[in-house]
Design a protein around this ligand. Structure first.
Ligand SMILES: *Cc1c(COP(=O)(O)O)cnc(C)c1O
Length: 359
């Protein structure tokens, strides 16, 4: 039995998109491979609202996150964390010997403009990282307000994790002045896991030229060089299967429309939030709720493991809490190509499961 995924990645992949993964291989140094990568890049620029250079990586998003702090930090990084994925960025810094300070918000709360201002005004930092959508707490950061602060510090490289939100939430990269915006295929883009994407500003590229020891596989300068000079090639052998499927899926995303896709995510989010308010509690600050994943405090008195087992037996997967919230919360993803009907369906099954377990 296929278990339908309502977890925050990987998400369900449409059959026609999956089929594209099985297209015959082409040589990765051919004109066809370049044309494919160029097509993908142009489409991604539209989805992401950017004129910046698009790089692809055959890795999950974490690879490009690690590569970003390594390629663009010369002095010291300020990591703004609102949960598990923010903290991971700090671990990546320390694991690579990059000087970094962690600025943590209370779980369920966003990064505030005041926190940014306080850190950046010290002049100590030349790179910041922000988690636009924290998948562990279901919080979306107020990017517009944050951008008004970091735009006052044009020498600082702004790296943003949009792994669980790009192509779900509306994230106009250039309007927000994001230098390095990173996402993965297996979340809102609705593709299998295995490829990561980043947009890179010219300012960031110029910065990387001044940084030593950028590593090799995730060196952004190397990735950019192969896009700009070759052009549209990948330094090693990319997952061409992902590229076939990504090219196809981006057409579908653009046909739906980036704003229409966002509206659909908002409507799906509202259905889940309403269910949570009626049946449990929303975990996070209600003013900063993610439109792609909802984190729900488990007030049912039933351990999530039992709920999960009964859901899976019926063919539906929702997610436990993450990290310190593992037993306290559970999460329902409403991202990628799901519809409002899919969301109503999983909630109906959840109602049945809870009624049965309460008996
Ligand atoms: C899933 C996720 C990651 C990790 O991405 P991978 O593609 O699994 O490496 C990072 N940040 C956020 C916010 C995520 O949801």
């Amino acid at each position: 039995m296929h278990v339908k995924l309502f977890i925050p990645g990987p998400t369900e992949v449409a059959g026609d998109v999956l089929e594209k993964m099985s297209e015959p291989m082409i040589g990765h140094r051919t004109k066809d491979a370049s044309a494919l990568q160029e097509e993908i890049s142009l489409k991604l620029q539209k989805v992401m609202g950017t004129k910046n250079t698009i790089v692809l990586s055959t890795s999950s998003g974490s690879g490009l996150m690690e590569g970003a702090v390594r390629s663009f930090t010369k002095n010291r990084a300020a990591v703004f964390s609102i949960g598990a994925f923010g903290k991971r960025w700090h671990k990546m810094c320390t694991a690579n010997g990059i000087a970094a300070d962690l600025f943590e918000s209370e779980l369920g709360q966003p990064t505030t403009p005041e926190m940014l201002e306080e850190a950046l005004s010290t002049g100590k930092y030349d790179l910041i990282t922000i988690t636009q959508n924290e998948t562990s707490t279901g919080v979306a950061n107020p990017m517009k307000a944050l951008s008004e602060v970091y735009k006052k510090y044009p020498d600082v490289i702004v790296c943003v994790d949009t792994v669980s939100s790009m192509a779900g939430d509306l994230i106009p990269v250039d309007d927000l002045g994001i230098d390095v915006c990173i996402t993965s295929t297996q979340k809102c883009l609705g593709l299998p896991p295995g490829m990561a994407i980043a947009s890179v500003s010219d300012k960031a590229i110029a910065k990387a030229e001044t940084v030593e020891n950028r590593g090799l596989y995730f060196d952004y300068l190397e990735l950019v060089k192969f896009v700009k000079e070759k052009p549209y090639q990948y330094p090693s052998t990319p997952s061409l299967s992902h590229m076939f499927a990504l090219d196809y899926q981006l057409d579908k995303i653009l046909a739906e429309g980036v704003e229409a896709r966002y509206d659909r995510h908002c409507r799906m989010a509202k259905i889940v939030r309403d269910w949570a308010k009626e049946n449990c509690e929303l975990y996070s600050n209600p003013d900063y709720l993610s439109v792609t994943v909802t984190c729900i405090t488990n007030t049912t008195g039933i351990p999530f493991a039992d709920i999960n087992k009964a859901m899976t037996a019926r063919g539906y997967a929702i997610s436990n809490g993450y990290g310190p919230l593992k037993d306290k919360t559970f999460r329902i993803a409403h991202m990628a190509d799901m519809t409002e009907d899919d969301i109503r369906e999983v909630l109906k099954v959840l109602d049945e499961v809870l009624a049965e377990l309460k008996r």
